[in-house]
Design a protein around this ligand. Structure first.
Ligand SMILES: [Zn+2]
Ligand SMILES: [Zn+2]
Length: 300
């Protein structure tokens, strides 16, 4: 397994047999289950993520066609969208197991990083109005499903200008020879530092986060989304995004991580682009890339 594949494994790499779900903690599928940092109880008919049916041999991935009612992995999603509480749903999509998130507030939905399976994602969100689609950056595993999701929903697509070119070729073979669903369509809106995306009673403030790519962004929740941040491939549990791909910059990544330490409060839950969800508090304590004086060239 390549280093990259290793890095990207994690959320749901077929490990349901032994009872692990997204955050690596054990659970039975029909009992209390804390998948993604925001506790919730599951019914017994739950497919968390990823294409590896369990409990009755369901097939298809998270946003594929496994035919479940309800949703996937993350957050407050066992309430109906009309009960007033915001929800996060997570779908793990594509070869690199990208975490695609849907944030729902007052029946309005923001989809972050539909990396593949746009039509399948839309099927899982038929109960809400998908208002916006945001790409945290322009890599194919984060934008490959934008075109199909947008065709089905008519949602507004937003990303940072500096990754538009990258995203417009995202469906072509990558440096690793991978291919993704589609090139991204031209964005309807360009995002930059300080922009605020609103939906329902939630807001997300854009923090520019170059390093992994030139146009990477972090979305920091405010209003009813306070305490959440979508961090894309900038920050992972115990790691940060690789900087050796086209447009990557180790120097910028280090500057970005230093800014995030200032701007993202410790209590914030970090919704990462791959693998486990974590918190800023844990990363400040354990992530070697966030320790003072880190100068390593790293292994990612
Ligand atoms: Zn990436
Ligand atoms: Zn990625």
């Amino acid at each position: 397994m390549s280093e990259e594949e290793k890095k990207h494994e994690g959320c749901c790499g077929g490990h349901h047999e032994d009872g692990h779900c997204c955050s690596g903690h054990d659970h039975g599928h029909d009992e209390h289950h804390e998948c993604c940092g925001r506790g919730h109880e599951h019914g017994d008919d739950h497919e968390c993520c990823g294409g590896h049916g369990h409990e009755g041999g369901n097939e298809g991935g998270c946003c594929g066609n496994h035919g479940h009612e309800g949703s996937c992995c993350c957050g407050h999603h066992h309430h109906t969208p009309s009960d007033g509480e915001d929800q996060v749903r997570m779908f793990v999509v594509g070869q690199l197991q990208t975490n695609c998130y849907a944030y729902i507030s007052q029946g309005e939905c923001l989809v972050v990083d539909p990396g593949a399976s746009g039509v399948g994602i839309a099927k899982h969100l038929e109960d809400v109005r998908i208002k916006s689609i945001v790409a945290t950056h322009g890599h194919g595993d984060h934008v490959g499903g934008v075109l199909s999701l947008q065709r089905v929903t008519g949602a507004r697509f937003m990303m940072h200008e500096a990754d538009v070119e990258l995203a417009s070729h995202a469906g072509e073979a990558s440096e690793q020879g991978r291919t993704y669903d589609n090139n991204a369509p031209a964005p309807d809106q360009l995002l930059c530092e300080g922009d605020v995306i609103e939906l329902g009673t939630a807001r997300f403030r854009v923090i520019e986060a170059p390093g992994h790519t030139p146009g990477g962004i972090v979305l920091l929740g405010e209003g009813t989304a306070l305490g959440l941040a979508f961090v894309g491939d900038t920050l992972f549990k115990g790691s940060c995004g690789r900087t050796d791909l086209a447009g990557g910059s180790h120097e910028l990544m280090m500057q970005t991580l230093a800014r995030l330490k200032e701007l993202v409060p410790a209590h914030t839950t970090l919704l990462c682009g791959h693998g486990d969800i974590t918190t800023m508090e844990d990363e400040l304590a354990y992530n070697p890339w966030l320790q003072d004086g880190v100068v390593s060239d790293g292994i990612h």
